[in-house]
Write a protein of this length. Sequence first.
Length: 256
Amino acid sequence: MQVTGKGPDMTRIRPRVERLGDWHRIKGHHLKGSIVDAVAVSKVGLGLLCEVGPARHPGVVRWRELSWNPAEQDPDSVPENVALGVTFRAKVIAYDDAHRDLVLSKKAAEPGPFEKFVAAHALGSVVDGTVAKVLERSFFLALDGGVEGFLPKMAIPTARPGMEDQIAGIDDLVEGDSVRGIISSINPDHRRIVVDVKKYLTIRGRETARAVAEARSRQDAPPAIINDEGAGSMLRVQADRALRVLLVEDDGEIRS
C-alpha cells in the first residue's frame, strides 16, 4: 500500500512503501548506478524527498548530493533545476532499507569537475596549478575548476649547486606557489591527474633550441642571450611568494 497526501506546509508527501515485497521489487527495478527521472516533492532535514519514475517510487536526495557546487548543498540554496515539482535526472547510489527510499544523487548524474577538466585537457596539455599541500615525496596542486593534481617530487628538477640564492630547490616550494607543467597521466578510476614539470621544461627547451637553430639558419638570430621561460633544466622562484612562478635558467648562454 502506498500513502500520499499533503504535509503541514502544503507540499506533497511522496509515496511510502508499506509492504516489504513491494520494496524488493522497487530495488530490483532501480539498480544501483541506474539513471532515473525524479521529482522533488518535499524538503526535510536531510535533503529532498522525491518521487522516482512514472510509478512514483520513493527516493531521497541528500543535500550534499544535489550539486558539485558546495554553495548549492544546503536547504537555503537549492538549485532552480531541483525546485519542488521540477523533474531532474539522478543516479541511484544506495538503498535506505530502514525508510524504504531509493538514495539518489543528482550530481552523480552530471559531469563533475574532474570529468569536465579531463574533457578539456588531454595528456600532454600544459597546465598551471597552485601548491595546495606539501607531502614528503610529492605535492598536491589546485588546478582549474577545483580539480586536484598530483606532482611527484621526482618530476621537478633540482637546484644547481652553488646557485641556491637564484635557483629554488624542491624543498623550497611551499603552499601557495604557482607551478607549470604538463599532464603526464590521467587515472579516471582513482580520479588522479599527474603533473610533470621536468617533461614540460624538456619540451620547452627543445622548442627553444629548435627556434634558435631555425633563426640561425635564416641568419637573423638576435645577438642577445636567449633566456626562455621553461628552457633548460633549472628552476628559479620569483621573489614575490604570494604569486611565485617557476622560471627556468638555461644551462648555457645561447648567442648568435
